[in-house]
Write a protein that binds this ligand. Structure first.
Ligand SMILES: Nc1ncnc2c1ncn2[C@@H]1O[C@H](COP(=O)(O)OP(=O)(O)O)[C@@H](O)[C@H]1O
Ligand SMILES: [Mg+2]
Length: 246
């Protein structure tokens, strides 16, 4: 796949950034439109900012904590005891997890918005849209059958690239794919997990494939789930938990 953006899309220093307001407000995050004007051009960025999560929202995150990377014992104890320090630490890990995932996937050649930088409570990436109009989600677009077949093939290839990078998106569906210049662009990596060590990685992969396939099936594409899973590279050998339990 050719790159989504030319390598010099980002305005050079010295630049001035301007906040152009909220693009999308969600339960856990808000996405802002930010323009950057440098000496020769202006470009648009999307800035995803996470809202501080409630104590409760982290309940299931114990499962994830280990695969986000190691914290110190002091930090881990604080997380378990649900102290304020522990909460802040978990929040910070959550935020850098999504940023690191975007970077890793971009480096692996997955079609994602090019990452720009980490900011407090979030990160910046290229804005996917035309003018200041954001690209629609795939779920809002009614592809014709020929295009739908092509895009389903392309997305299977993208899932394969993600898996080759030893990651599983974890929340993939037509809601987290933008449709731009006739191409699917994958976003929203907040639920991504390590494919090798996360105990639910293989189930999440299957769910990603099933949910994404659902969109294409509704557009008339003949979807074979087992074939799709084989194509993206699903096999017990990839998943440590499968290997250990077999
Ligand atoms: N890089 C981007 N360019 C344009 N729009 C974006 C971009 N990233 C996110 N959005 C918009 O913001 C919405 C929410 O972003 P997402 O990462 O899916 O967060 P959430 O966790 O709230 O689902 C997306 O559905 C999309 O409409
Ligand atoms: Mg989303």
């Amino acid at each position: 796949m050719p790159a989504l953006f030319p390598s010099d899309w980002l305005a050079d220093a010295p630049y001035e950034d301007r906040d152009l307001g909220v693009l999308k407000a969600g339960k856990e995050s808000e996405v802002y439109l930010v323009s950057r004007t440098g000496p020769t051009r202006t470009c648009l960025m999307a800035e995803k900012r996470f809202k501080p999560r409630l104590q409760r929202a982290f309940r299931n995150d114990y499962l994830y904590a280990g695969v986000w990377g190691e914290g110190s014992r002091h930090e881990s104890r604080a997380i378990k005891k649900r102290t304020r320090f522990g909460q802040e630490h978990l929040q910070a890990r959550w935020e850098s997890h999504e940023w690191a995932t975007l970077q890793g996937l971009h480096d692996a050649g997955v079609t994602v918005p090019p990452p720009v930088e980490r900011v407090e409570h979030g990160y910046r990436m290229a804005f996917i849209g035309d003018g200041d109009r954001a690209a629609p989600r795939l779920s809002e677009v009614d592809l014709d059958l020929t295009t739908a077949r092509r895009v389903w093939r392309e997305l299977q290839r993208e899932i394969q690239l993600i898996l080759d990078a030893e990651l599983v998106h974890g929340d993939l569906s037509a809601f987290n794919v933008l449709w731009w210049h006739e191409r699917p662009v994958i976003i929203d990596f907040s639920q991504a997990v390590d494919a090798v060590v996360h105990p639910a990685a293989r189930d999440l992969l299957r769910r990603d494939v099933e949910r994404t396939a659902g969109y294409f099936r509704r557009r008339g594409v003949a979807v074979d789930l087992d074939a799709a899973l084989a194509l993206v590279g699903d096999s017990p050998a990839r998943f440590a938990h499968q290997v250990l339990s077999s």
